[in-house]
Ligand binder design. Structure first.
Ligand code: HEM
Length: 211
């Protein structure tokens, strides 16, 4: 999931190159592997894999959080807080990111929330395909509330991802001092790149730099 968000952010940067580059990328996503696989075949495989990962991730996160709570028992020590801000807020940032994913899919994939320009569908009724991902993006992020919502969520994704990637290092048994320092730097750099790379985009649209 972290890799998906990183790749998605790199794809989003194509918005700086203009509509042609962004829409060409969106069309390519739908045509990967064609004619060996049907139109949108690889895209649907990615959707299924990611959807499954998301369900398992949310279920495990809630299970871990509730086991942690019940393990504390009836008489709770109050001064043993999780060390980092990221660790303390995982369940909250996770919940907000989940809400964002639902809004985001309704907004830019299904197209129920884009207004007033209206959502332009990528596949026409005659089966022909022209992607309007760029036009939809501009229509969506030109709304101040939506742009600010997107940018704020990107900050939370940065916090959630930094903590998540660091947990992966611990869970996989990264013990060497030097290795841990390198992994920590990588986790923070990836999280920061996503928070800034994605988070700046709505503000650029809102301020008219990307139009
Ligand atoms: C400022 C940040 C972001 C922008 C501007 C953005 C933009 C977009 C756009 C334009 C699409 C539609 C692409 C197309 O139709 O080809 C899309 C799809 C999607 N985005 Fe984002 N996105 C952002 C952040 C995120 C984040 C952080 C996540 C995950 C947590 C995410 C998850 C998805 C998913 C799952 C899809 C659907 C792909 C599909 O099923 O076709 N996005 N995004």
């Amino acid at each position: 999931m972290g890799l998906f968000v990183l790749v998605h952010m790199i794809g989003n940067l194509k918005a700086y190159q203009g509509p042609e580059a962004y829409n060409h990328y969106a069309e390519w996503l739908r045509e990967i592997g064609y004619p060996l696989v049907p139109h949108e075949g690889v895209l649907w495989i990615l959707r299924l894999v990611l959807g499954t990962c998301l369900i398992l991730h949310v279920a495990s996160g809630i299970a871990l959080w509730s086991r942690g709570r019940s393990a504390r028992g009836a008489f709770r020590r109050r001064n043993m807080r999780a060390r980092t801000f990221g660790a303390r807020t995982m369940i909250i940032t996770g919940g907000l990111i989940l809400a964002f994913i639902i809004v985001h899919l309704l907004d830019l994939t299904i197209g129920r929330l884009v207004s007033p320009g209206g959502f332009l569908a990528a596949t026409h009724s005659d089966g022909q395909m022209t992607a309007y991902a760029y036009e939809n993006l501009i229509a969506s992020l030109s709304r101040p509330t939506m742009a600010i919502f997107y940018s704020l969520i990107m900050l939370l994704i940065g916090v959630h991802l930094a903590q998540g990637l660091w947990s992966v290092v611990n869970d996989l048994g990264g013990t060497g001092g030097r290795l841990r320092r390198i992994c920590l730097v990588i986790a923070l750099a990836v999280a920061l790149a996503i928070a800034i790379g994605n988070g700046m985009l709505p503000l650029m649209v809102l301020s008219g730099v990307i139009a």
